[in-house]
Design a protein around this ligand. Structure first.
Ligand SMILES: [Zn+2]
Length: 383
């Protein structure tokens, strides 16, 4: 029995699973996987606070190695529904395009994974090892009770994965152009400088915090963090807001605040960046308050057997030799890489999170064939 990935993607899109809602999406996947012989564990996670999240771990076979496909069923909100040319949750196919929220990010890829497994099993029989799926309903939100919870649960059970392909939309314009082998880290710094409020005509009675804030920010803007590494662009610090909120031109304000975001490569971890930033601020002098919020550390799966397998499978179907990339925002690979090598390859991301999200049906079919090729190469006896 094989599963039609396009029909499955349509069924998934018809579940309006805007984070944290599941809306039946995990059940749709679990039903399809159970029909292929998978054991499905549905986990409701809420241990890190926030609303309960539906997650799924499915496994076929008990042997090693355990190859894992990972992804998420949740989607971002549709936005202005009236601006869509099609109902974002109807999953319609028009002019060869599958339309709807999640078509690209990433229900189309989830359906391609299941379709690929069904074709692989029909053709090659059970693998010499296991195939698993690690599916979360909490990727687009705060990612508190999603992949991390699943991985904790798996570790507690002694459940191991040996290699993982995550199906995020990695291709900017054309299917086959880009495989992601790592991501930059991301952290936001908040800087507060305090003074003493007063009348501008009597500055000797006040302490204006703004000149100090400007000097501190200029020092941050002048920082050269690094020149990039083998697989990463240079790290970058970007000042994103400066807030004083002072409407009166005859008042020296008591406080000025600013925030900056840093995307950093594998030269650093967040602690090293924090030390660097504090050093630059201390060199300017004066008092300040600084706090950081770390979204994710940088990580890299150095190109190795898994990346090569994915590259070969992509080239066999698309004729393109994909490039390795570490650009873009962060993803759940930041949690998975601590457990096993992980690379990301999925659909074309051009319309993700936008009005009229859509992907060519032909791309879903090609991605299905690519994922099947990954399984075939991974479980090939010669490896
Ligand atoms: Zn995504």
């Amino acid at each position: 029995m094989t599963i039609d990935p396009v029909a499955l993607a349509q069924t998934l899109i018809r579940c309006p699973s805007v984070t944290p809602a599941d809306a039946g999406a995990i059940g749709v996947l679990a039903d399809a996987l159970e029909s292929l012989g998978f054991c499905c564990e549905r986990l409701i996670s809420e241990e890190r606070g926030g609303p309960p999240i539906s997650n799924l771990y499915a496994r076929l076979g008990a042997g090693k190695p355990n190859f894992c496909f990972a992804g998420h069923t949740d989607v971002v909100p549709a936005g202005d529904i009236a601006a869509w040319t099609a109902d974002p949750f109807a999953g319609a196919v028009r002019d060869g395009m599958l339309q709807g929220r999640g078509a690209a990010d990433m229900k189309g890829a989830l359906a391609a994974m299941v379709g690929a497994i069904s074709i692989y099993l029909a053709k090659s029989g059970p693998p010499s090892g296991s195939i698993s799926l690690l599916i979360t309903g909490d990727e687009e939100g705060r990612a508190l009770n999603g992949t991390r919870s699943l991985l904790d649960w798996m570790s507690a059970k002694g459940e191991r994965i040996d290699a993982c392909v995550l199906g995020e939309p990695t291709n900017p314009e054309r299917l086959g152009s880009t495989i992601k082998i790592g991501r930059r880290g991301s952290m936001t710094g908040r800087l507060v400088v305090r003074g003493t409020q007063g009348h501008v005509a009597y500055p000797q009675l006040a302490d204006n915090p703004l000149p100090r804030l400007v000097r501190l920010l200029a020092a941050l803007d002048d920082l050269t963090l690094d020149n990039g590494t083998a697989h990463f662009d240079p790290s970058n610090l970007e000042i994103v807001t400066i807030d004083v909120g002072n409407a009166a031109t005859n008042v020296i304000p008591a406080k000025g605040e600013a925030a900056f975001n840093i995307r950093f490569n594998d030269t650093y971890d967040s602690a090293a960046i924090e030390a660097l930033v504090r050093g630059a601020l201390d060199a300017i002098g004066g008092s300040y308050e600084l706090s950081f919020d770390v979204t994710g550390e940088s990580f890299l799966t150095p190109p190795g057997p898994l990346a090569r397998i994915v590259k070969d499978a992509v080239e066999a179907v698309t004729g393109l030799r994909p490039a390795y990339s570490t650009t873009g925002g962060t993803s759940d690979a930041r949690f998975i890489h601590r457990h096993c090598p992980v690379v990301e390859f999925g659909l074309v991301g051009q319309t993700m999170h936008k009005i009229d999200e859509q992907v060519p049906v032909a791309d879903i079919l090609a991605l299905t064939e690519i994922y099947r090729g990954v399984l075939e190469r991974y479980f090939a006896p010669s490896r």
